[in-house]
Ligand binder design. Sequence first.
Ligand code: ATP
Ligand code: MG
Length: 308
Amino acid sequence: MQPIISISKLSKTYDTGFTALRGVELEIRRGEILALLGPNGAGKTTMISIICGLVNPSSGTVTVDGHDIITDYRAARSLIGLVPQELHTESFETVWDTVSFSRGLFGKKPNPALIESVLRDLSLYDKKDSQIMTLSGGMKRRVMIAKALAHEPAILFLDEPTAGVDVELRKDMWQLVRRLRAAGTTIILTTHYIEEAEEIADRVGVINKGELLLVEEKTELMRKLGQKQLMLELREPVKELPAALARYNLSLDDEGSQLVYLYDSQAARTGITSLLADLNKSGITVKDLNTRQSSLEDIFVSLVRERQ
Ligand SMILES: Nc1ncnc2c1ncn2[C@@H]1O[C@H](COP(=O)(O)OP(=O)(O)OP(=O)(O)O)[C@@H](O)[C@H]1O
Ligand SMILES: [Mg+2]
């Protein structure tokens, strides 16, 4: 199946001279939930803004269901619903009016039944006659989602949808996202949190410093994240590892006083018991040990290292 969004050689340098995206290549599959993971300033919002036509690319191309975002802007944009990172909602309008108006912006015929169902899905229906300014932050965020869904987009972008959102609303939001996906909507969301990507995404893309470092099935990424480190402080430094320990995924630090053992915490056998026994046999005494879960940051670091 053709990807619903194709991004090729996409780069963005802002007027300030800052390069926020470098040569991004990405194909977004029809009907998937893709989580874009990356630290502050990585370029997530820039990428979304370009796809949605809010920011001009410096080079490269993006097509949305075959429509070029520059030369065929209207057709591309009409397929997209965007919930931006920053909340900016009209103050005096009612929930009903602002959501209905959003549908009209895309030239779609009024459909009160649809607006009602979107508002009900987001538990906003009892607020339909309230002015936006009277709503709480979480409710305003739901209004933003309702606005993005009002024209029945095939693709929904959620730019940090859970910032400032309580646990309950987050659950509701994920349920809605799953329902939308079941109905065939493609969903792209950004987050700083690996747990969030783990919970909801089919695939995860990692962005750092404007580069898309990887795009992978979530399960594969989780397998990598399942790697743990066991740090072993040695009582006496050693010059090199005894041959008897060659079968272990071990590395020795420069001083020869610390061993690091990399293992899969999700595997049935971690190999720790036999490693400790073999160390003992080789006459190496361990003074102290502790474990460390590899984090997203470790993935960044190892990815960046691989590229150097
Ligand atoms: N209009 C602009 N002019 C100049 N630089 C910009 C502009 N917008 C964003 N940037 C810079 O581009 C980089 C990427 O910003 P972007 O908003 O895309 O990051 P992000 O991944 O969405 O971060 P966050 O997680 O904080 O939302 C940042 O260094 C930012 O300062
Ligand atoms: Mg952002």
